[in-house]
Write a protein that binds this ligand. Structure first.
Ligand SMILES: CC(C)(COP(=O)(O)OP(=O)(O)OC[C@H]1O[C@@H](n2cnc3c(N)ncnc32)[C@H](O)[C@@H]1OP(=O)(O)O)[C@@H](O)C(=O)NCCC(=O)NCCS
Length: 120
């Protein structure tokens, strides 16, 4: 998580402890109930290199985090993760999914637009 955000528009100079706090907050419902069924991480040689993390916030599923380690980017890991997450949510009878993205986070905005997300 820390490595994925480092140097991006969302980098607020967070520390490893800050990132740990975010993980705990996410797993314990701070962004809505954590969805263990829908969420996933991708590992390569025992290291987590990407993740797509789902919670349920204000009655809609939400992509709380889509993250790829810098050295693993532009290989379709985030797109693949999001597509699998959306299929799992659809099978669980969710017709919509929400997320929040910082304006100017071009990689994420392009990715989400290409998957059909629209501004609300
Ligand atoms: C956004 C992020 C998750 C994308 O991860 P990724 O695994 O590199 O994404 P993918 O390889 O699946 O890319 C899918 C598409 O996204 C778009 N995209 C990804 N990176 C891009 C970039 N640097 N510039 C422009 N478009 C980009 C492209 O449309 C790309 O398709 P293409 O490679 O066929 O052109 C990654 O850059 C990241 O971890 N960013 C920091 C964390 C973050 O901001 N997360 C989102 C907000 S919660």
């Amino acid at each position: 998580m820390l490595g994925a955000y480092r140097g991006t528009i969302d980098d607020g100079g967070e520390t490893l402890d800050d990132a740990r706090g975010e993980v705990v907050k996410t797993l314990t419902g701070g962004y809505g109930a954590f969805d263990f069924e829908a969420s996933e991480v991708i590992e390569r040689e025992g290291v987590v290199v990407a993740g797509t993390i789902v919670t349920h916030y204000e009655r809609l599923p939400m992509i709380a985090f889509s993250l790829t380690r810098p050295e693993w980017r532009r290989q379709g890991l985030a797109r693949g993760g999001l597509l699998r997450v959306m299929h799992r949510l659809a099978r669980a009878r969710h017709a919509r999914v929400q997320l929040a993205v910082t304006c100017g986070n071009t990689p994420a905005e392009r990715l989400y637009e290409s998957l059909g997300f629209t501004d609300v």
